[in-house]
Design a protein around this ligand. Structure first.
Ligand SMILES: Nc1ncnc2c1ncn2[C@@H]1O[C@H](COP(=O)(O)OP(=O)(O)OP(=O)(O)O)[C@@H](O)[C@H]1O
Ligand SMILES: [Mg+2]
Length: 236
């Protein structure tokens, strides 16, 4: 996916300015940056939720700028949003079924089974309401729901926020597995940047709606100035 000279926001409110971004296939591209930098707006622009003033989003050679969410989804893009990504009142199994609502009964059951094979940990909670899961378990469920449609590209927003470090690490390992074992292209937005940069290939630092850094994820992690000022990472 390529993003060319994107200006986007909400209504008349401008958030992103002249964004240039490349999201190479089968890689993890990480977008980091402080609160309000426009990270979620970037994902919303790709999914046709935010207002695009000018510029383009190109996916598989097609201009998909402004394509409504359900159409983007049909093209193989799965969006796991920052908030409200599971149905708290439904069981784990019902949540997975909701994420594949258009499938026939047999296809749906098969796909739920396949996805549970990818996330065996969910099997032990299968009958429990999603609202009773821990934060980490809930993120796993949200990723699993995103996998129901066998995506080629996943947009993941702040999966590790508010999780204990060890759980956040586990969730990031699952994200690495999406790339390593399933060949999925990932655009990963994270505010707590360290773990994300450790598994990522390319990184972008977004500040006030503009790209402040673009390069190898490891290089951003090791940049003493940027990592300290924007990512809260202390020099080791
Ligand atoms: N639906 C909306 N309508 C109007 N303005 C919005 C909307 N959503 C976000 N904004 C504004 O757009 C700016 C960028 O917000 P965005 O959610 O993209 O930031 P973010 O980088 O994802 O931050 P965070 O790390 O807190 O999630 C903020 O000033 C925010 O108030
Ligand atoms: Mg956000």
């Amino acid at each position: 996916m390529n993003i060319n000279r994107l200006y986007a926001g909400y209504g008349k409110f401008k958030v992103l300015f002249d964004l240039e971004m490349e999201v190479p296939a089968n890689e993890i591209t990480v977008v980091v940056g402080p609160n309000g930098a426009g990270k979620t707006t970037l994902l919303n622009s790709i999914m046709g939720v935010a207002t695009v003033f000018s510029g383009d989003v190109v996916y598989q050679g097609k201009r998909i700028t402004g394509t409504p969410p359900h159409k983007a989804a049909r093209m193989g893009i799965s969006y796991v949003p920052q908030m409200g990504n599971v149905f708290a009142g439904l069981s784990v199994s019902e949540n997975l079924q909701m994420a594949g609502y258009w499938m026939g009964k047999n296809e749906l059951n098969n796909r739920v089974d396949q996805v549970l094979d990818m996330f065996p940990v969910l099997r032990q909670f299968i009958g429990r309401k999603a609202g009773t899961l821990s934060g980490g378990e809930r993120r796993m469920l949200a990723i699993a729901m995103g996998l129901m449609r066998t995506p080629k590209l996943m947009l993941l927003d702040e999966l590790s926020t508010d999780l204990a470090p060890i759980i956040a690490k586990r969730v990031m390992n699952e994200v690495a597995r999406l790339r390593n074992e399933l060949g999925i292209t990932v655009l990963l937005v994270e505010q707590m940047a360290k773990r994300a940069l450790e598994i990522g290939d390319t990184a972008y630092l977004l500040v006030s709606g503009q790209v402040r850094f673009r390069g190898k994820a490891g290089d951003l992690l090791r940049d003493p100035e940027l990592s300290r000022v924007y990512l809260g990472i202390k020099e080791s």
